[in-house]
Design a binder for this molecule. Structure first.
Ligand code: AMP
Length: 289
């Protein structure tokens, strides 16, 4: 079947009515890249019908300039979806999703207290609300989200659990460039010089993971290891670099359970985020002979 591109909620419902039972949804904001493609591949591996939404969601942006300059490349995105085997693309205009300013929203507490949640007021409310709307529109069996946006993924998983939403959330590992930079639609906003520096973010997180592998458990020391690398580059401004527990996203003083080391940096006017999961190693027991 060739791809169908629709712009109205009614059309999504009509097209999916005869195809219920194995519908996968990949929600995106467009400017599709290899990260999104991995999500689509995962959906194709599990679902008979693969759908994608392309919508730059205004209510999750807290800065109008950021919303205005977010890349919009619908024609190319549809071509990418078609060659990746997507069956249905939903690309609504803003008025279709928000005919009136919404009075109802979904707020996921605690998990949004730190990391991006602390710096982008209302961001995750906007994300949770639009994802809930998309779940109501598509009623997918499965929905696919990238670990690159680890806090977003945790928020969606918790929303689905708390509100008994009948959608299985599939986590997809972060897809990276050869030099380690997490692929992101925002990377195309970087100057050549900024692009050269950007891989330092992942290198710093990796250095911290190396310290953990060598036995470090102290959160301050783990964070210092990562910070030392990014702070060496004066053009990087660190917005946050935090170690939280992977389940509740609360700050850890000691890596005594699975953790998430997450960071946001600014390179010029572009904000990049990345994270790595850190597992506390089993203490090695000395055998006394
Ligand atoms: P976005 O279009 O940036 O809102 O992203 C849509 C989905 O793609 C989200 O679930 C992201 O986590 C996921 N995604 C974005 N970049 C990557 C990446 N490099 N690797 C894996 N998933 C990604």
């Amino acid at each position: 079947m060739s791809i169908e591109v629709v712009h109205s909620i009614a059309a999504v419902r009509e097209k999916l009515a005869p195809r219920r039972g194995s519908v996968g949804l990949v929600p995106t904001m467009g400017a599709l890249h290899r990260g999104h493609l991995r999500l689509i591949e995962e959906a194709r591996a599990r679902d008979r019908t693969v759908t994608a939404s392309i919508f730059v969601n205004p209510i999750q942006f807290n800065q109008p300039e950021d919303y205005a300059r977010y890349p919009r490349t619908l024609e190319g995105d549809v071509a990418v979806c078609e060659s990746a085997g997507v069956d249905l693309v939903f690309a609504p205009p803003v008025e279709e999703m928000y005919p009136v300013p919404p009075a109802t929203s979904v707020e996921v507490a605690t998990l949004t207290e730190h990391l991006c949640g602390a710096r982008r007021p209302g961001h995750f409310r906007g994300v949770a609300t639009v994802v809930m709307k998309l779940f109501e529109i598509f009623q997918p069996d499965r929905a696919y989200f990238g670990e690159k946006d680890a806090q977003q993924l945790a928020v969606i998983e918790r929303m689905v659990r708390d509100l008994n939403v009948p959608v299985e959330i599939i986590r997809v590992p972060t897809v990276r460039e050869a030099d380690g930079l997490a692929i992101s639609s925002r990377n195309q906003l970087l100057s050549a010089e900024e692009r050269r520096i950007a891989p330092l973010l992942f290198a710093a997180l990796e250095a911290a993971a190396g310290a953990v592998a060598a036995g470090e458990r102290d959160a301050a020391a783990i964070k210092r290891t990562a910070a030392a690398l990014v702070e060496r580059e004066p053009r990087i401004r660190v917005e946050y670099l935090e170690l939280v527990d992977a389940a509740g996203l609360q700050p850890l003083a000691l890596l005594d359970r699975p953790g998430l080391l997450a960071a946001a940096i600014w390179l010029g006017t572009t904000r990049l985020i990345d994270n790595v999961r850190l597992e506390p190693r089993q203490k090695s027991h000395k055998v006394v002979s």
